[in-house]
Design a protein around this ligand. Structure first.
Ligand code: ZN
Length: 276
């Protein structure tokens, strides 16, 4: 096989597939970065749904899916209040097939797959002794990653470096590049560390969603403090995919100031339930 031909094919595949997009509106917190995508949302979201369905079926089989009705109700209430707020960032999100489950696993972890498929592990709820406001901060952050389509962006970036290999593989009949995309989507969402840029965007969107839903956005700060306190004894899994950085608390404090009026408005409007 002519090597030059393979490189040309890879370039053509990439340039044809790459587009610059704005996945979200800026919101009060001002997330404005343009993104380069080499995969379509439809493709990534469909694969995410496939992976999620498989994983939840597996959890069910192992008897670790939604075992504690009170815990499940608590999580569903919190995400149920956050989801309507996503329209502040993108209009289509209200129609996403959102879903959340509680998995009985002693790991401090939570995630949201592309397209809104979420899971919270009991380890996170119990070991952090998380308040409702703190759980809203975790889930708001995760939803922020999904709204910004960070998994799709990370996969697009990986394709940039792997396309030549992939196309070569396809030309040699070594299999379809997209053969196990569902596995890749799950892996990128749940296992790969996110960049500092992605973390900051998810933090900012998270505090705004929480504030709009009537959850105290300050809880994002106490959440990180609790996470870092745990890091000494048993490092939370969540910290390996959401790496802390030195400026995080300072940035969160700035953002919390920006969204405080939205929180007060939501409280005054009765969005938040009394007495919480
Ligand atoms: Zn994150």
């Amino acid at each position: 096989m002519n090597r030059k031909l393979i490189v040309l094919a890879a370039c053509a595949a990439l340039s044809a597939g790459c587009e610059t997009v704005d996945t979200t509106k800026a919101g009060a917190v001002g997330v404005e970065r343009h993104q380069r995508m080499a995969l379509s949302s439809a493709q990534v979201n469909a694969e995410a749904q496939k992976a999620y369905a498989q994983m939840m079926a597996e959890a069910q089989k192992k008897g670790v899916l939604d075992r504690d009705a009170a815990q499940v109700a608590r999580i569903k209430t919190i995400v149920g209040r956050l989801i309507p707020q996503t329209t502040a960032f993108r209009d289509d999100a209200a129609k996403w097939p959102w879903e959340a489950h509680v998995i009985t696993l002693d790991e401090v972890n939570a995630w949201c797959m592309p397209g809104g498929k979420m899971a919270v592990y009991t380890g996170l709820i119990n070991k952090l002794q998380a308040t409702d406001d703190e759980l809203a901060a975790v889930m708001g952050h995760e939803i922020g990653h999904a709204l910004r389509e960070h998994t799709r962006e990370q996969m697009s970036q990986q394709m940039g470096t792997q396309a030549a290999i992939g196309v070569a593989g396809a030309l040699f009949g070594l299999g379809d590049v997209g053969q196990n995309v569902a596995g890749m989507v799950a892996n990128v969402t749940m296992e790969l560390p996110k960049s500092r840029t992605h973390e900051t965007e998810a933090d900012r969107i998270g505090v705004e969603l929480a504030a709009r839903a009537g959850y105290n956005p300050q809880a994002a700060i106490s959440l990180w403090q609790k996470m870092e306190k745990l890091a000494g004894s048993q490092p939370p899994k969540w910290l390996s995919t959401h790496p802390p950085h030195a400026d995080r608390i300072a940035d969160l404090q700035n953002q919390v100031q920006k969204v405080m009026p939205l929180y007060q408005q939501a409280r005054a409007g009765g969005t938040a339930s009394a007495g919480k």
